[in-house]
Design a protein around this ligand. Structure first.
Ligand code: VGL
Ligand code: ZN
Length: 196
């Protein structure tokens, strides 16, 4: 299946932060694979969003508060900062999520301005990529679809935590069943930033 980037499309790059990359507190082992595909994709979109997991020190997702995760992405720390390999020149808007201790913040749409900002800019379809496929990419894509945006997940521009082997495949299946297209970046054609 091939899909062509047009003027009503936006790219949402999820949580490309130190703590989710090798060496980080909640590292995605294959996380480095996303940079080349994202670099190739981002310049072709008229609008690019980057989400950031941005938690308080007492966030409810941390193990010491009964949650599933080690402390990660504490607001303002190096672990929460974007990796320098993400070209912020291509990013139009940064969306912080999981800012309240009680919201897990997996989705870029949870308690943020993302949906209204997309609508203000006339976006009809979103392409979602980043970290991690089986958590925040999945949740963001499901919420985008539920909010009425056509939704495409770019599998190779994303990478999974894979707490259990097979979590990535299960997440992609769940997305397809919800009506979301799952593609690889080589199947994406077009460039909304050049006149054709
Ligand atoms: C994420 C676990 C906890 C993610 C965020 O970005 O996928 N995963 N917080
Ligand atoms: Zn988190």
């Amino acid at each position: 299946m091939s899909v062509t980037v047009g003027p009503d499309d936006a790219l949402i790059v999820v949580d490309v932060q130190h703590d989710f990359l090798p060496g980080g507190a909640l590292a995605v082992a294959t996380g480095d694979r996303i940079f080349a595909p994202i670099d190739a994709l981002a310049p072709r979109f008229r609008r690019v969003y980057a989400t950031r997991d941005w938690h308080p020190l007492d966030h409810s997702s941390y193990a010491q508060y009964g949650g599933p995760w080690p402390v990660h992405c504490v607001a303002g720390t190096r672990g929460a900062a974007f990796d320098a390999r993400l070209d912020l020149e291509k990013v139009d808007e940064v969306i912080d999520k999981g800012v309240d201790r009680a919201t897990d913040g997996y989705s870029g749409f949870a308690a943020t301005q993302l949906a209204s900002d997309l609508r203000i800019h006339g976006v009809k379809r979103v392409f979602v990529c980043g970290l991690a496929t089986d958590y925040c990419v999945k949740a963001t894509a499901l919420d985008a679809h539920a909010a009425g945006f056509a939704t495409v997940v770019v599998a190779d521009a994303s990478a999974p935590v894979d707490v259990q082997p097979g979590d990535e495949a299960r997440a992609l299946d769940e997305l397809r069943r919800a009506g979301i297209d799952v593609v690889r970046s080589e199947d994406i054609t077009g460039n909304a930033r050049v006149r054709v």
